[in-house]
Design a protein around this ligand. Structure first.
Ligand SMILES: NC(=O)c1ccc[n+]([C@@H]2O[C@H](COP(=O)([O-])OP(=O)(O)OC[C@H]3O[C@@H](n4cnc5c(N)ncnc54)[C@H](OP(=O)(O)O)[C@@H]3O)[C@@H](O)[C@H]2O)c1
Length: 260
């Protein structure tokens, strides 16, 4: 990694209050990057993170409320962003819905329902599209940038109850490749980072969490579960100049669990 290459740059990441998004906020701030992130309901946590990050790393950090089930509201959030930041270099579409919003979308095949599946599509694909479009308009003004969608290996490996999410992660990876093909002329690179099972709130919500965890440890040649910090290196790499000819790809970070 080129030292200090992210200094003076700005990242916008959705869902920065927990799990992988929170780890991304800290990892980029540590490299001297200013960070804007979104939250859905954890306003207090967002404020605590801002105070902590500014104290630890001396970068600018702001948070905005966003509901990815209403993707067009990204436009309003970006207007708030514009009042706080002068440039945008990196956008990571990371937030994901859980709980009631995924009823009918998270479960065995025979229990899937259009409404739950539609919500996951909205939160995964539509939110990526609108978030990335708004990011691209701003990156164009500063001569380019890097856009990432978080994905998961649940579209490669059978994962119980994960049909809705897995299918939509496959879709968003395809959308990433289309975006990459069309945004390259603006010097904007677009990629996905696909994680194997990572120990976050999202995974703890799985009814068979302990079983999944044991299976991952058993399947991984590295004999451990993934942690949120395990995905930040790939994101930093994709935003650095070291990946300047890398676009339209999915980087799989799975502790070796996909090839069993
Ligand atoms: N965990 C895994 O095993 C795993 C593996 C590979 C990839 N991934 C992917 O990595 C990403 C992050 O996953 P995670 O496990 O870190 O998730 P998580 O711990 O459940 O965190 C979800 C984040 O999204 C926000 N959020 C929830 N509902 C929202 C809504 N309606 N609108 C806007 N934001 C909302 C939450 O904000 P609040 O705190 O305010 O609710 C939180 O910041 C996802 O794209 C996921 O698919 C996860």
């Amino acid at each position: 990694m080129t030292q200090n290459s992210l200094q003076g740059k700005t990242l916008f990441v959705s869902g920065g209050t927990r799990g992988i998004g929170k780890a991304i906020v800290y990892a980029f701030a540590k490299e001297g990057c200013d960070v804007a992130f979104t939250y859905a309901s954890s306003a207090d946590t967002a404020n605590e993170i801002i105070a902590d990050v500014e104290k630890l790393y001396g970068v600018k950090c702001k948070a905005y409320k966003l509901n990815i089930l209403e993707p067009l509201t990204y436009k309003d959030v970006y207007k708030e962003f514009d009042e706080d930041f002068e440039r945008l270099d990196y956008f990571i579409s990371n937030a994901i819905i859980s709980g009631r919003a995924v009823v009918g979308g998270f479960g065995p095949f025979m229990r899937l329902k259009p409404r739950g599946l539609d919500n996951i599509w909205t939160a995964t694909v539509d939110a990526f599209v609108v978030g990335a479009q708004e990011a691209a308009k701003r990156m164009e003004k500063t001569g380019g940038g890097s856009i990432i969608s978080m994905s998961s290996t649940g579209n490669l490996v059978y994962t119980p109850n994960y049909a809705g999410h897995g299918t939509n992660k496959a879709a968003v990876e395809t959308m990433v490749r289309y975006a990459a093909a069309e945004l390259g002329e603006k010097k904007i690179r677009v990629n996905a980072v696909s994680g194997g099972p990572i120990d976050t709130d999202a995974l703890k919500a799985f009814p068979n969490y302990e079983e999944v965890k044991a299976e991952v440890v058993n399947r991984s040649p590295l004999s451990r579960m993934g942690e949120a910090q395990d995905l930040t290196g790939a994101c930093l790499f994709l935003c650095s100049n070291d990946s300047s000819w890398l676009t339209g790809q999915t980087i799989v970070v799975d502790g070796g669990t996909t090839f069993q």
